[in-house]
Ligand binder design. Structure first.
Ligand SMILES: [Zn+2]
Length: 153
Protein backbone atom coordinates (compact mmCIF):
# COMPACT_ATOMS: atom_id res chain seq x y z
CA UNK A 1 0.00 0.00 0.00
CA UNK A 2 1.40 3.41 -1.05
CA UNK A 3 4.69 1.67 -1.87
CA UNK A 4 5.56 1.29 1.80
CA UNK A 5 8.01 -1.59 2.32
CA UNK A 6 6.50 -4.78 3.65
CA UNK A 7 8.94 -4.65 6.54
CA UNK A 8 7.59 -1.26 7.63
CA UNK A 9 3.96 -2.34 7.62
CA UNK A 10 3.15 -3.68 11.05
CA UNK A 11 -0.32 -4.92 10.24
CA UNK A 12 -3.40 -4.24 8.17
CA UNK A 13 -6.52 -3.11 9.98
CA UNK A 14 -8.79 -5.99 9.06
CA UNK A 15 -11.72 -4.71 11.06
CA UNK A 16 -11.69 -1.14 9.80
CA UNK A 17 -15.20 0.25 9.93
CA UNK A 18 -14.93 4.00 9.81
CA UNK A 19 -12.82 6.85 11.02
CA UNK A 20 -10.81 5.64 13.96
CA UNK A 21 -8.78 8.54 15.30
CA UNK A 22 -10.90 11.59 14.70
CA UNK A 23 -10.10 14.37 17.09
CA UNK A 24 -6.49 13.32 17.59
CA UNK A 25 -3.60 15.27 16.11
CA UNK A 26 -3.01 13.90 12.67
CA UNK A 27 -1.29 14.77 9.46
CA UNK A 28 -3.42 14.55 6.37
CA UNK A 29 -2.31 14.03 2.80
CA UNK A 30 -4.97 14.68 0.20
CA UNK A 31 -5.05 13.96 -3.48
CA UNK A 32 -4.74 17.08 -5.54
CA UNK A 33 -7.31 16.69 -8.27
CA UNK A 34 -6.24 19.37 -10.72
CA UNK A 35 -8.25 18.03 -13.62
CA UNK A 36 -11.96 18.28 -12.81
CA UNK A 37 -12.85 16.40 -15.99
CA UNK A 38 -11.03 13.30 -14.87
CA UNK A 39 -12.57 10.73 -12.59
CA UNK A 40 -10.03 9.34 -10.17
CA UNK A 41 -10.55 6.08 -8.38
CA UNK A 42 -8.30 4.77 -5.66
CA UNK A 43 -7.56 6.85 -2.60
CA UNK A 44 -8.52 10.52 -2.12
CA UNK A 45 -7.05 11.15 1.28
CA UNK A 46 -4.79 9.70 3.95
CA UNK A 47 -4.38 10.54 7.60
CA UNK A 48 -1.48 9.59 9.84
CA UNK A 49 -1.85 9.39 13.62
CA UNK A 50 0.93 8.69 16.10
CA UNK A 51 0.14 5.86 18.52
CA UNK A 52 3.63 5.39 19.94
CA UNK A 53 7.22 6.15 18.94
CA UNK A 54 7.30 3.42 16.34
CA UNK A 55 3.65 2.70 15.67
CA UNK A 56 1.53 4.92 13.46
CA UNK A 57 -1.96 4.46 12.18
CA UNK A 58 -2.47 5.27 8.52
CA UNK A 59 -6.07 5.60 7.46
CA UNK A 60 -7.16 6.12 3.86
CA UNK A 61 -10.41 6.84 2.16
CA UNK A 62 -11.94 7.37 -1.25
CA UNK A 63 -12.96 4.65 -3.66
CA UNK A 64 -10.71 2.45 -1.53
CA UNK A 65 -10.83 2.83 2.24
CA UNK A 66 -9.18 1.16 5.19
CA UNK A 67 -6.33 1.40 7.62
CA UNK A 68 -2.96 -0.03 8.49
CA UNK A 69 -0.26 0.37 11.11
CA UNK A 70 3.24 1.28 10.03
CA UNK A 71 6.61 2.00 11.62
CA UNK A 72 8.17 5.43 11.78
CA UNK A 73 10.23 4.52 8.70
CA UNK A 74 6.96 3.64 7.00
CA UNK A 75 5.70 7.18 7.65
CA UNK A 76 8.91 8.48 6.05
CA UNK A 77 8.35 6.30 3.00
CA UNK A 78 4.77 7.46 2.70
CA UNK A 79 5.94 11.07 2.77
CA UNK A 80 8.69 10.37 0.25
CA UNK A 81 6.46 8.48 -2.16
CA UNK A 82 3.64 11.02 -2.17
CA UNK A 83 5.10 14.42 -1.33
CA UNK A 84 8.64 14.53 -2.68
CA UNK A 85 7.80 14.45 -6.38
CA UNK A 86 9.18 17.21 -8.55
CA UNK A 87 6.14 18.03 -10.67
CA UNK A 88 5.07 21.65 -10.56
CA UNK A 89 1.51 20.50 -10.03
CA UNK A 90 1.77 18.04 -7.16
CA UNK A 91 -0.29 14.88 -7.15
CA UNK A 92 -0.73 15.05 -3.39
CA UNK A 93 -0.54 17.80 -0.84
CA UNK A 94 -0.30 18.15 2.88
CA UNK A 95 -3.42 19.28 4.63
CA UNK A 96 -3.30 19.63 8.36
CA UNK A 97 -5.09 21.61 11.03
CA UNK A 98 -1.92 21.65 13.09
CA UNK A 99 0.13 24.86 13.24
CA UNK A 100 3.27 22.95 12.44
CA UNK A 101 4.11 19.42 11.47
CA UNK A 102 4.62 17.09 14.43
CA UNK A 103 8.22 15.97 14.92
CA UNK A 104 7.42 12.43 13.81
CA UNK A 105 6.38 13.58 10.35
CA UNK A 106 9.31 14.52 8.09
CA UNK A 107 8.94 17.75 6.14
CA UNK A 108 8.54 17.40 2.37
CA UNK A 109 11.75 18.13 0.48
CA UNK A 110 10.24 20.14 -2.31
CA UNK A 111 7.33 22.28 -1.23
CA UNK A 112 5.39 23.08 -4.41
CA UNK A 113 6.17 26.42 -6.02
CA UNK A 114 3.41 28.68 -7.37
CA UNK A 115 1.92 28.02 -10.80
CA UNK A 116 1.02 30.80 -13.25
CA UNK A 117 -2.56 31.07 -14.48
CA UNK A 118 -2.57 31.09 -18.29
CA UNK A 119 -5.66 33.32 -18.31
CA UNK A 120 -4.83 36.21 -15.98
CA UNK A 121 -1.18 35.59 -15.18
CA UNK A 122 -1.60 35.47 -11.42
CA UNK A 123 0.40 32.98 -9.41
CA UNK A 124 -1.47 30.45 -7.34
CA UNK A 125 -0.55 27.45 -5.29
CA UNK A 126 -0.05 24.22 -7.21
CA UNK A 127 -2.81 22.72 -5.11
CA UNK A 128 -5.36 25.33 -6.23
CA UNK A 129 -4.61 25.44 -9.95
CA UNK A 130 -7.13 23.79 -12.29
CA UNK A 131 -5.81 22.00 -15.37
CA UNK A 132 -8.71 20.61 -17.37
CA UNK A 133 -7.81 18.25 -20.18
CA UNK A 134 -8.31 20.05 -23.48
CA UNK A 135 -6.49 18.18 -26.20
CA UNK A 136 -2.82 18.98 -26.57
CA UNK A 137 -2.71 22.24 -24.69
CA UNK A 138 -2.93 22.07 -20.98
CA UNK A 139 -4.27 25.38 -19.81
CA UNK A 140 -3.87 26.30 -16.20
CA UNK A 141 -6.51 28.32 -14.45
CA UNK A 142 -6.60 29.97 -11.08
CA UNK A 143 -9.85 29.29 -9.18
CA UNK A 144 -11.40 32.64 -10.25
CA UNK A 145 -10.67 32.16 -13.96
CA UNK A 146 -11.82 28.56 -13.80
CA UNK A 147 -15.24 29.71 -12.61
CA UNK A 148 -15.59 31.95 -15.67
CA UNK A 149 -14.44 29.37 -18.25
CA UNK A 150 -15.71 26.12 -16.79
CA UNK A 151 -18.88 26.07 -18.87
CA UNK A 152 -16.75 25.69 -21.99
CA UNK A 153 -15.54 22.31 -20.82
ZN1 LIG B 1 -6.49 33.49 -13.46
Amino acid sequence: MFNISESDIIEQDETWGGFENEGQPQVRIVRNQADPTMIVDGVDGISVTCESTNRFYVEYWGYLAGGLWVTRDGVGELKQNLLDDQDDIPGWSLSTDLDELPDWFPAPENPPSPVTCTECGSEVSGTKIVTPYSGELQDRYCPECWVSVRDDF
